[in-house]
Design a protein around this ligand. Sequence first.
Ligand code: BG6
Length: 500
Amino acid sequence: PVMDPADVVVFGGTGDLAMRKLLPALYLRDRDGQLADDTRIVAVSRSGLDDPGYRDKVDSELRRTAPRWAGPDACADDAQHHRFLDRLHHVTLDVADDDWSLLSELIGAPSPGRTRVLYLASAPQLFGRICVGSAAAGIVDDRTRVVLEKPLGTDLASAQAINDEVGSVFAEEQIYRIDHYLGKETVQNLLVLRFGNSLFEPLWNASQIDHVQITVAESIGVGNRADYYDGSGALRDMVQNHLLQLLCLVAMEPPAKIDGEGVRDEKLKVLQSLRPLDGPDVVRDTVRGQYAEGLVDGTAVPGYATELAESRAGTPRERERSSTETFVALRAEVANWRWAGVPFYLRTGKRLATHASEIVVQFKPVPHSIFPAFGEEIPANRLVLRLQPDEGVRLHMTAKQPGPGGIRPIPAPLDLSFARTFGDRLPDAYERLLMDVLRGNPTLFMRRDEIEAAWRWAEPILRTWEATDQRPRPYTAGSHGPASATALIERDGRAWHEDY
Ligand code: BG6
């Protein structure tokens, strides 16, 4: 369906996120006819570009990158392509300045019948300033929607400060906090798999499930984001948001309806049920790692410290000593009736052997084997939700090995590949999320209380690492992470699922 006409104002409009994600997503939705004819996209930055200059910049960027995100002929030089470029405007503005007149002259006051969205793809330190400035410039009202990108704070207090500042201008219903993992097809599919089938839910609890693993492995390094990354690290960058959101979707109770409050209320309860990791528990149940040089896909890559030294961040001495983690493994528990005693092992890192994300639900083994010769070997059922790449669902079953030689149970998968089954290109997370903002559907965005509950859990881990000087263990780029991450799970008599 075509959305209502809109003004989408992107602060940070020449930045990496706008160029790499937001504009391609809007471009693709426009090609599918979802943007109304008079929808405008207004980029705000300090760059000094005018409209034609910005359109040229976006044009060449789209042409350069489109084959990667949308196939070889996604960026045809046709009427649709030019219609998209014509939607673009650029306003040069330093948001710290008081003079917002160029922007307010261009877009004016909000008007009924036009959706107004402010997309804050800029540094979070500017979020408050942008909201206050927009209100002072008269370009927002109580129907305006504001989209906030991560990182929302570096701890609970800074997250609360950002939420307070934004909240001084906008009501909670107007605020859309992005976690792009919630826009991924396979992540949403988790909701449908759990609550659209009667098969799984009766088994989805501590009496049938042995443990859960959530892995988000990346083969890329920090590259040119070292400046940001060194002040953040994997726990803040990935675990506090993306991995905890995945955990919530696995662990939450069925909401009565799939709507904004229903889903978010249930996720919040999971976050509030997480057993706090503090003090000695942190030392026992978390592992930090930092990549050293190694081979990824047969190519030699430098270690984190070298990448950092090549960036602009910090003094040479600080860089050398950087104790930022690029890998985290931890053992979490959801302390409630459904999940008591079921460990959730979480793991994420950069420069790992491969780029793959998955959720593994490991069921308990059969209570008694009737195949005495193979009794000890019957593998337990395991449900693997593959988030990327090769999205799909695989249920590891046990079957009889074909042949006349007696009954021999062997592992056999039931496999659902989304690409093979549904064929179509899966839309990027930002396509889905941006359309949800235009539609006014907040279900896949994070509420203030969720973000703060996630920080409340993550912060003691960060604090303990610092207080006990728990420095990251080096791991070779291209490996599966530090040996202590393997030890973390093997200590419980279990193993990471590595056959991706
Ligand atoms: C971002 C992190 O939020 O997610 C990055 O800041 C990370 O460090 C990225 O690379 C991973 O997203 P995806 O969609 O590529 O799995």
